[in-house]
Design a protein around this ligand. Sequence first.
Ligand code: PMP
Ligand code: GLN
Length: 387
Amino acid sequence: MDMGNISIHSKLPAGGTNIFTIMSKLATEHKAINLGQGFPDFECDEKLKKLVSKYVTEGKNQYAPLAGLPKLNQTLSTKMERLYGMPIDPNAQICVTAGATQALYTAIMTFVQPGDEVIIFEPAYDCYTPQIKLAGGTVKPYQMTYPDYGIDWNQVKDMISDNTRMIIINTPHNPSGTILTQTDMQALEEIVSGTNIIVLSDEVYEHLIYDGEEHQSVMRFPKLFEQSMAVYSFGKTLHATGWKMGYVVGPEYLISEFKSVHQWNVFCTNSFVQFAIADYLAEPKNYGYLPHFFEKKRDTINSLLAETPLIPKVAKGTYFQAYSYESVSDKSDLEFAKYLTAEIGVAAIPMSPFYTNAPDDKVIRLCFAKEEKTIEAAAERLMKLKR
Ligand code: PMP
Ligand code: GLN
């Protein structure tokens, strides 16, 4: 691309604006209820806000240590051992990051070299592919399709080559709302065992899991965890997506490499929020309520939308619900999402942007991390859809 006198060789020539920005902009333009981009429309806990204010006022405003505040890393280590039974050294196995996006980016930059292959499961959260390309890697997509979005691990095994450096998994899964089971994780453990493959496990929705299911973290599988890193987002757990805080956990030999790259692109993340989260998450009830809290919202949206032609693939996790609109329209999912936003007044996210080569599944995603009244107002508008 030529810009004036300066010639630029784009690292991401496909460019493009991500689907969340596109749909949120369209939602604003049409004054639509935004069930597209994933963020809560309710506040985080007052107790948490007070802690943040307290630490700003007390002057916790200078650089934190590179890998995170010792007090926060201790809270996280205790929490992970409690939940997943894995002892984690707070000084050596955790790095606090500027959100899960940066954790993923740094992990990929640290371990993926030009020519390396990375297996991802599509529909895949949208940042994986560009991040792999920025590292010079090649994306090897495994296609999951509506309605099961399941994985045949024998096929995954066949995709592995001498160049496979990493496999990225995501459970609970955005955008399909599915989860990986213990059997899936055991199959993964078996196929990567004895290989040089690093598993990067995106577990940002660890607490958003329903119907009594248990989150299958890589930490529950000691052998798998020897070659894995898991990524988390405080944005999801605390209803504070705008804070852009998260962390990565893994064996020391992987985290120490991660930290050596992290120090040159971020160094450390903001200090006062780390102090606040360290206190807040030390209390298990401050995250233990999340499955029930969001399950209720999932049930609300699905019972209200039962009157519409949208058919849910009932979400087992995340705050996203996938719906088939097959019975109501032949439009592509992007066109249908735009139609919903502009004509019906409810913004949605199409599935196709999460694929390299999208199948023609007529599926959209709605976010239910919303107040009851928002869900009700959106459902009322969606009643206008004719069967
Ligand atoms: N992974 C998944 C699956 C996500 O849905 C998101 C964003 N919601 C992220 C990573 C990025 O999280 P963060 O906002 O903390 O960067
Ligand atoms: N993770 C959010 C979603 O899936 C969006 C994050 C973003 O806007 N980049 O909707």
